[in-house]
Design a protein around this ligand. Structure first.
Ligand code: NDP
Length: 277
């Protein structure tokens, strides 16, 4: 399949553009990551989402280096793990991630979880602001931040997070958080956009898929895109990797968007951010 060049970009609050659809590698063992990322790059993905805690930044780096794709065409995101929060620890952890990725800068660096009881995210953010000033991080963001964490982080900060990457799918639509993001100029990035498969058998989704001649996963990804979310579906299956990118040739109707809005049910595949410390 020829590379799909039709992935639109979202302009972040610092002017940097991120592809609206990227590729996630959570739970992919390092030894299998290069193959999965290579499949994704061949299919046409240019945005890759990893994290220090996934243990597969080396595999991502290998695939990027072997791809022959120009660095400026790629958008690479990694995340700072909870145990490395704090000013000095963040700078050390960042160096380690960059070395594993084999890169000179990352496009986006995220605080993985707020871990509110540890109360280190303000210091951590100062270190990330320094990495931005040094040109080693193009866009700084957060993940799993609740509205109160976001407001506290921004208070007195030099940089407003470009994105908040949160669990978001038809079973957990995060409408309140999305409204806070809009108010603060933060882009919404959806993790587990397919709810790790848990929403793909919903009757409403399969019926809409049948009508469009698309798969349930494609319908769910299309729903995200039409809401304006950035999405990073994960798959290690080449057919699904290609399928998840093939979502730019159909449009859900307003009625179909409303039907999917009705599937919101507080379904979580991961922990609640207030409870992970
Ligand atoms: P997803 O919602 O992307 O679902 C992945 C699962 O769905 C896999 O089991 C995959 O199977 C399956 N799948 C993928 N495509 C299809 C398809 N077309 N049809 C049927 N099944 C499909 O879950 P993730 O939790 O992986 O989330 C995506 C990314 O978000 C992660 O990889 C990671 O980058 C990020 N993330 C971030 C978190 C954070 O705290 N910031 C937390 C969790 C995820 P298979 O691989 O076998 O094909």
């Amino acid at each position: 399949m020829a590379p799909n060049t039709t992935v639109p970009t979202v302009a972040l609050n610092n002017g940097i553009e991120i592809p609206q659809l990227g590729f996630g590698v959570f739970q992919v063992p390092d030894a299998e990551t290069a193959a999965a990322v290579t499949s994704a790059l061949e299919a046409g993905y240019r945005s890759i989402d990893t994290a220090a805690i996934y243990g597969n930044e080396s595999g991502v780096g290998t695939a990027l280096a072997n791809s022959g794709i120009a660095r400026e065409e790629l958008f690479v995101t990694t995340k700072l793990w909870n145990a490395d929060q704090g000013y000095d620890a963040t700078l050390r952890a960042f160096d380690d991630s960059l070395a594993k990725l084999g890169l000179e800068y990352v496009d986006m660096y995220l605080i993985h979880w707020p871990t509110p009881a540890r109360d280190l995210y303000k210091d951590t953010w100062k270190a990330i602001e320094r990495l931005v000033a040094d040109g080693r991080v193009r866009a700084a963001g957060v993940s799993n931040f609740q509205p109160d964490h976001l407001k506290r982080l921004i208070d007195g900060a030099e940089v407003v997070p470009a994105v908040n990457q949160v669990e978001l799918h038809p079973g957990l639509q995060q409408n309140e958080l999305r409204a806070t993001h809009a108010e603060l100029g933060i882009a919404t990035e959806a993790w587990s956009p397919l709810a790790q498969g848990a929403v793909l058998k919903d009757e409403a989704v399969t019926a809409i898929a049948g009508r469009h001649g698309k798969s349930p996963a494609q319908v769910v990804l299309r729903w995200h895109l039409q809401l304006g979310n950035i999405v990073i579906p994960k798959s290690v299956t080449p057919l699904r990797i290609r399928q998840n990118l093939d979502v730019f040739d159909f449009t859900l109707t307003e009625d179909e968007m409303t039907t999917i809005a009705g599937l919101d049910r507080d379904l979580r595949t991961g922990p609640h951010p207030d409870q992970l410390n």
